[in-house]
Design a protein around this ligand. Sequence first.
Ligand code: NDP
Ligand code: PYC
Length: 335
Amino acid sequence: MPIAYTDLVALLQGIFVRHGVTPEVASVLATNCATAERDGAHSHGVFRIKGYLSSLASGWVSGTAVPVVEDVASGYVAADAAGGFAQPALHAARPLLVAKARAAGIAVLAIRNSHHFAALWPDVEPFAEEGLVALSVVNSMTCVVPHGASKPVFGTNPVAFAAPCAGGAPIVFDLATSALAHGDVQIAAREGHSLPPGSGVDRHGQPTCDPAAVLDGGALLPFGGHKGSALSMMVELLSAALTGGHFSFGFDWSQHPGAQTPWTGQLIIVIDPAKAAGVPFAERAQTLVAHMREAGVERMPGERRQRNRARAAAEGIPLKAEVLAQLRQWAGQAV
Ligand code: NDP
Ligand code: PYC
């Protein structure tokens, strides 16, 4: 049953507001979640609403927090999300971050005391749409065993990158540093699929392809062995040690049954490529992409999402009837 993007945003906003979230925060979260669903980023689309609501109901995350933005230095902005979500903090800090990046050539935004329960690319793609290069990292909750270790320490810890590219959409990629995102393990368990070999271990530390065994006391592995493990460590350092947020192992939600939103930190680095020497950056990006195409690359990261986005604009966002009915029920609408 297709739904228009703007209608989905409004529906999700209504759900958040009905569950105690301020209209400002609800607007940011609803837009983020509808954008993910529209682009076919299913592990962080409407599937996540149940987790948002149970986390809010548990008192673990604040839906009314007002972020505090701090002008720290010429290239450094900090934001205290005040126990709320990271995206409203980004929203509040964004004008100062962009102004600093354009003035100095580079600026960082260090968000702490924040919950991030979403895909990361929506946080960086808009910078590239206005000609900037952006890199972001966020840590999550302990469920990934470092390479060579015997118990989980890291979160699934994604890295997202966006850059302008002449003649087309920005180049955007966004990937968990674990073999799979935790959301995809949950979806595999729900749909009865097994995981690719090398994704995770069971509660005894034995390799398993069973998503239920990973979720039930097991853990994920980093992608690419020691390489993904090093990147995941970097994400912990930048998202937590640098921002003042919690490490993925550093918070205890056991007293909040239903809590699912990791309480950590996020770093965003924004670079103004107008400061770069020589041929404009976006043209050089286009040259690189042309060479990749010529070498046989058929699918660039982000292209699947762009295709889904175009399809959703023409036909609406496909949602199962029972999913739409559940959303409408949460919004207090007649089903
Ligand atoms: P995927 O492995 O599905 O995709 C990673 C990237 O690779 C995407 O940019 C994707 O582009 C691209 N890609 C995938 N397959 C191909 C291919 N065959 N050829 C070329 N490019 C390809 O993502 P993950 O499962 O690692 O992560 C899913 C989401 O989970 C991310 O959005 C991430 O931010 C989110 N997440 C959030 C966390 C949080 O704490 N908030 C924690 C962990 C993950 P495309 O999108 O176009 O398919
Ligand atoms: O899919 O790994 C994940 C995830 C963690 C927090 C939000 N999403």
